[in-house]
Design a protein around this ligand. Sequence first.
Ligand code: ADP
Length: 267
Amino acid sequence: DQLSSELEETNTGVVALYAELDERGRELTAANEAKTRFLRNVSHELRSPVNSILGLTSLLVDSHLDADQAQQVTFLRESATTMLQLVDELLDLARAEAGHEDVEPALVDVPRLLDELHGTTLPLLRPGVTLRTVATHRLPLVTDRRLVARVLRNLLANAAKFTDEGCIEFTAETEGDLVRFEVRDTGLGIPEEQVESVFEEFVQVPNRLQPSVRGTGLGLPYARRAAQALGGTLEASSRLGSGSTFTLRLPSLPFDERPQDAPAGAL
Ligand code: ADP
């Protein structure tokens, strides 16, 4: 009897603990949703005034200004452009965090995609830096082309930004039933212990080009969310002074189009 009452007590305790955990979980989810909603509203509200500033400054650029004024107006325009970019990236991130990213899978012509991205990256390269793009993957890729292009564009723009000599390699290969994209650079690199932090919001690792190279620190957090929305992963490895590698792995087919019924969430 003693034993059974003790058991009952433990049981009640466990049930109460589960109820409490459940409650905490709900609170956390609600807090997270509130944060996302706040981010979305703020960035949305900021967009139109910043757009007005940008429009009016562009008009000023064309008016008769002396050299000093022209320089100030140029600075104003650059600042407003940076701010608009920040607002846009915040909005994208909030959308991705809320799981509202639109994913429309279709068969992607990977060599063509790589070719296009190669072309749009060339103008971003610093003098003397080369870009080598190679697609050797043998699997079809069914995914959201717009989203995967955004992630890769982001990685390529970063590689271009932080590489002042050497070569950037951009590849697509097969890895099991995944397609693996890699952007490898011989640039400044990131201290090993700080590599993971670049996926956190607003993190910019100090290096010899920053802060003169401007950015928002929101590109990679967004890119990782977008990769996850595609059922894939985005990872980085780097060494200070010898370059960085960013790896995007995507399932060749979306879950519901696999030959055997793979459970959702399994990779
Ligand atoms: P942004 O480029 O706008 O600063 P990101 O989120 O894209 O924001 O990148 C965050 C930071 O990670 C960068 O500011 C930079 O310090 C570091 N980083 C990203 N890509 C590279 C790279 N290829 N080589 C060196 N550092 C990088």
